[in-house]
Design a binder for this molecule. Structure first.
Ligand code: GRF
Length: 189
């Protein structure tokens, strides 16, 4: 089983999908958050998964924060990293150590509605205002850009019936919860 760390900043429903997925190729051994009260940390604790709160506020230098993150990952023999609603940039040093072993889930069909500032409901608001008939989710490898890494999996969903951006968010989230476990299984196999 490959040992996986999941980075969260919010509710962690994507983390929950990874936990709930019945599979034999990965184990979630660590959940890291930059938000002390992220519900994703609660979800991890309920499943006896080790958690770590690492944020800008408890480190004077970004470099110290990066070193602490790398130390925790290596102490836990982590092989793969999943960003599941994680809203901080991963330092280039960590991307280097975990080259082609970090994936991110983004709630749009990249290359549309992605990049700096496009996250969470901002994505769905832009999709709704543009009158799109389809949206979807993308899992991509993480490189030093924002949402620019090689695409691993993508799945679209019909949003023509949506009457507001929240309905789009819910339709896309359902796709995310299927796509992320599928993507993690594929890179861990
Ligand atoms: C999801 O929409 C994900 O695509 C985006 O942030 C949201 C995270 O949701 N990156 P959750 O914390 O996994 O519930």
């Amino acid at each position: 089983m490959k040992k996986v760390a999941v980075f969260v900043s919010g509710s962690g429903s994507n983390l929950q999908a990874l936990i709930d997925c019945n599979q034999e190729v990965y184990s979630i051994d660590l959940v890291i958050s930059n938000k002390e009260n992220a519900y994703g940390l609660e979800r991890a604790k309920k499943h006896n998964i080790k958690t770590k709160y690492i944020s800008k506020s408890n480190f004077s230098l970004d470099n110290e924060r990066m070193k602490e993150t790398l130390k925790v990952l290596q102490e836990n023999n982590i092989e793969y990293i999943v960003l599941a609603g994680y809203l901080n940039i991963i330092p280039k040093e960590i991307i280097e150590v975990y080259k082609n072993r970090i994936i991110n889930i983004h709630p749009s069909l990249i290359p549309k509605y992605c990049g700096m500032g496009f996250y969470g409901e901002k994505v769905h608001k832009a999709v709704f205002e543009a009158g799109e008939k389809v949206s979807g989710a993308t899992v991509h490898f993480v490189d030093n850009g924002v949402d620019t890494g090689e695409i691993l999996l993508q799945e679209q969903v019909d949003i023509s019936s949506a009457t507001n951006h929240n309905e789009i968010a819910n339709l896309v989230l359902e796709v995310e919860h299927k796509l992320l476990p599928k993507a993690l299984i594929s890179i861990c196999s």
